[in-house]
Design a protein around this ligand. Structure first.
Ligand SMILES: [Zn+2]
Length: 91
């Protein structure tokens, strides 16, 4: 599997680290113990298209949001994750 980093171009999988489902959002501080438990421990087991966080540690060291089909490993989209220097794309 190869990932096209928006900053570095197409690179081999070994340069990246999988960080998991990009969907969970950190609950507000007052959300309660159940919301924190769900955020930390519970994940959907998706068979199909899934949005994931990957870290390009062997390249630009940016966090990326990758849309990947978990059945075929086909990658349909790669974008910088929030706060990963998105303004640099195309510069
Ligand atoms: Zn990169």
């Amino acid at each position: 599997m190869r990932i096209v980093c928006p900053f570095c171009g197409e690179r081999e999988l070994g340069e990246f680290t999988y960080l998991g489902d990009a969907k969970p959002q950190r609950p507000a501080p007052v959300a309660g113990e159940d919301a924190v438990y769900e955020y930390v421990y519970l994940r959907d087991n998706i068979a199909g298209s899934m949005s994931e966080h990957w870290y390009h540690g062997g390249g630009c060291r940016a966090w990326l949001k990758v849309t990947r089909n978990t059945l075929t490993h086909e990658i349909s989209a790669v974008a910088p994750a929030a706060g990963a220097g998105a303004a640099k794309v195309g510069a």
